[in-house]
Design a protein around this ligand. Structure first.
Ligand code: FES
Length: 422
């Protein structure tokens, strides 16, 4: 296998390509760093991601600035310093002061006559940042940043969208935390999760969808999916055994079905296929059948530590609706998705051996393609061509929403019904 990343040559993508997946994630993408409200104006703070250590402080206009968390002088941590002057951070050791361009503007231990300021090598590296819907994103890479809307979901640029976010940390690698999202584990690991009890078992694995490449990742082909399994609560095997062994879950599903149907109507469909349910670079999984349009963004921190961000999107029509959705999220939905559901994944993943042989079948097509996409972008760069062709030859930027979004189809059907009944 060729593994020369510097040459931009993409290795042969067959067999077990897990060792080629970058342990610290894909560089040259925009990543979520911190909730804007957590950055104060007097003290800087530290955030680590992709093996980088960032010091965050407020710029002169109140924007969040990210610079390297190592002082160019003698390596003290800028995040342990102070913001004495607006738009700057001072190192806690000898008092070198950096502005938001990373320039050393003062040396507080030497006074105004210091000849150090502005000399080559005294500047700190600055990471481009942008705050959207209360989340600070940073460009982790080299050179000029790519357009941020290529890496951050469309709802962050939608004035009508309410985006609520949360984050937790999982003690496993980012790829482990992410790649199971479209496989069949849901119906087993999450069989007692509130969201599955409410919805019934969904179609995954052999009963599920095959991937459609949409440019920045994969959606599932809804034409191949029955969305919910034909027997969503119970399976009967040929030898007479049943799974689940007890059938009480069907009462939960029955009880919550009206609520589930009602809640589903409020889940916004994605506006473009590029942001449909499925896997998306640099580390996202999105789905339409939680309580909202939901994204799990896995940010590598260290080799065995992942910061998992959750983006929940709804589009309430009124201020009261926005308030109600916010209350619902913090009072209920957050627990249902980020703890009750996601902690079940974490429990399995933290002890999963990722270096042992595995048996992937054709039904794991999403996992295989996702790995190939990640390795291609790691070795060939974010603009590297990906070898996958959609089964019907559909160009990634020509995939229509009706091919990859159940909610879009449901909305179209509802609108058609409303028009006919008028
Ligand atoms: Fe930062 Fe000396 S180490 S000012």
């Amino acid at each position: 296998m060729t593994t020369d990343r510097a040459s931009g040559v993409v290795p042969k993508l067959s067999g077990d390509i897990r060792p080629l997946i970058p342990k610290l994630g894909l560089r040259n993408y925009w990543y979520p760093v911190v909730a804007d409200r957590k950055v104060g104006s007097r003290k800087p703070m530290k955030v680590a991601l992709l093996g980088e250590e960032l010091c965050l402080f407020r710029g002169a206009a109140g924007n969040v600035v990210a610079i390297q968390d190592v002082c160019p002088h003698r390596g003290a941590r800028l995040s342990e310093g102070d913001c004495h002057y607006r738009g700057t951070v001072a190192c806690p050791y000898h008092g070198w002061v950096y502005d938001e361009a990373g320039k050393n503007t003062m040396v507080l231990s030497e006074g105004p006559g210091s000849g150090v300021c502005g000399k080559p090598g005294t500047e700190a590296r600055v990471y481009p940042t942008r705050t959207l819907k209360g989340v600070v994103f940073a460009w982790i890479g080299d050179g000029d940043p790519a357009p941020i809307d290529e890496d951050v979901p469309e709802e962050f640029f939608d004035d009508d969208a309410l985006v609520l976010t949360g984050q937790v940390e999982w003690r496993c690698n980012w790829e482990v935390a992410l790649e199971n999202s479209m496989d069949s584990h849901v119906n087993y690991v999450h069989r007692d999760a509130f969201v599955v009890a409410r919805n019934g078992f969904i179609a995954r694995g052999a009963q599920g969808e095959h991937p459609i490449f949409v440019g920045n990742g994969f959606g599932g082909d809804v034409a191949e999916s029955n969305y919910l399994r034909r027997s969503p609560q119970h399976d009967l095997y040929a030898d007479g055994r049943e799974w689940p062994k007890t059938n009480y879950r069907r009462y939960w599903t029955w009880l919550f079905r009206p609520l589930a149907e009602r809640a589903r109507r409020h889940i916004p469909a994605p506006k473009s296929a590029r942001w449909c349910g499925g896997h998306h670079l640099p580390g996202m999984f999105r789905t339409e059948f939680a309580w909202d349009l939901y994204t799990r963004m896995c940010v590598p921190v260290e080799k065995h530590l992942t910061r998992v961000w959750y983006y929940h999107c709804v589009r309430p029509k009124t201020a009261l609706g926005r308030w109600w959705q916010t209350v619902l999220y913090y009072g209920l939905h957050r627990w249902i998705i980020e703890y009750n559901f996601s902690r079940q994944d974490e429990k399995v993943m933290v002890n999963q051996r990722y270096d042992t042989p595995e048996k992937l079948s054709g039904t794991d097509a999403e996992v295989i393609q996702w790995r190939r996409l990640v390795v291609t972008k790691h070795y060939g760069g974010r603009d590297a061509a990906f070898e996958y062709r959609n089964p019907d030859g559909l160009a990634p930027d020509a995939v229509p929403l009706e091919r990859v979004s159940v909610r879009y189809l449901q909305e179209q059907a509802r609108r058609a019904k409303t028009t006919t009944s008028r």
